[in-house]
Design a binder for this molecule. Structure first.
Ligand SMILES: *[C@@H]1O[C@H](CO)[C@@H](O)[C@H](O)[C@H]1NC(C)=O
Length: 315
């Protein structure tokens, strides 16, 4: 255990006050000082491309009446979520990369964790709802208008946001109810749950049980449903006559599965066991995959696939 306690308050009296950490320090990639410049450039470009890509999708879908069908309205919501996740994580990370030691106040750390969980949870459910929508459209085209009507659609969208909201509220309040008595260095790129939990000086066993259960419900269940629905979609494609663009359907399914697996896989590795034995560097890479790469790739992957059958289903 590191003895580099960086408690602001040093008097004995204050030391007895358990929550004596006033702010945290985000370390980011400070163990690679020679890479900071390159990383700054790479993340800045990724951030800008993510913003522009998703903004274009949001704009086109809201302007184009013919795109007001579930598939695209889900995608529009997904783009809002992706922009938000990037905006919560990346600017802070750019600041961390461009300064020596970045302190982040308790409140800002709380807010960052809250919004990461809020938007991340919403993304989990939205991706699940989108897979269900495609499954219904491709495998049950005749009953599609019944399976995915305006009411079902609105329910799915509202549920996604509500569950994200609940996840953020419950988990963030719980993590920040633990006492923090130092050290205050967060060896991560953002105030994510596992990294902050490391610093709690209390028994977090119950929380870890909750985190495991919650992650199974929020990440693994939607992920399994998505895998199942893509399996059914693949089987449906196999039954199509070979001339009807099977190749293309396969490659779009493949790219979806890749991005979905990247997102759910890395997120579940991080959140199933918040105090897992992965090294901080591994955790940073995992976090980059779901918080930077997914928002960057989603607009590309989902709008490419969609351009083939834009006219499919209206309400
Ligand atoms: C999500 O989609 C619904 C339905 O189109 C829309 O009313 C809502 O504004 C969208 N939410 C966001 C945050 O864009």
């Amino acid at each position: 255990m590191s003895l580099r306690y960086k408690i602001r308050s040093t008097t004995d009296m204050q030391r007895q006050n358990q929550s004596s950490v006033v702010d945290f320090i985000l370390l980011g990639f400070s163990n690679f000082p020679e890479l900071q410049g390159q990383l700054f450039g790479i993340f800045l470009v990724i951030y800008l491309v993510t913003l522009v890509g998703n903004a274009v999708i949001i704009l086109i879908i809201s302007l184009e009446q013919s795109l007001h069908v579930p598939m695209y309205l889900f995608l529009q919501n997904l783009s809002v979520v992706d922009v938000s996740i990037s905006a919560v994580i990346t600017p802070e990370m750019l600041v961390v990369l461009s300064t020596e030691k970045t302190s982040i106040s308790f409140v800002r750390c709380f807010a960052q964790m809250y919004f990461i969980l809020f938007f991340g949870g919403t993304e989990c459910f939205l991706l699940g709802a989108m897979a269900y929508d495609r499954f219904a459209a491709i495998c049950h085209p005749l009953s599609y208008p019944m399976l995915m009507n305006q009411r079902v659609f609105m329910k799915l969208v509202i549920c996604s946001w509500a569950l994200g909201f609940m996840l953020g509220t419950v988990q963030t309040s719980w993590v920040f109810s633990f006492p923090f008595c130092g050290p205050n260095e967060i060896n991560h790129i953002s105030c994510e749950t596992p990294a902050v939990l490391e610093l709690a000086c209390a028994d977090t066993f119950l929380f870890e049980v909750y985190a495991f259960t919650g992650t199974v419900l929020i990440i693994m269940v939607p992920f399994l449903l998505i895998l199942l629905s893509y399996l059914r979609i693949l089987l449906a494609i196999l039954k199509m006559p070979p001339t009807t663009g099977r190749q293309k359907a396969f490659s779009t399914c493949g790219s979806h599965l890749t991005s979905v697996t990247l997102f759910y896989g890395t997120a579940s590795m991080t959140y199933l066991q918040p105090k897992s034995g992965y090294s901080p560097d591994t955790k940073k890479l995992l976090s980059l995959a779901y918080s930077l790469l997914t928002p960057l790739l989603n607009p590309l992957i989902y709008s490419l696939r969609n351009s083939e059958k834009a006219d499919l289903h209206t309400f």
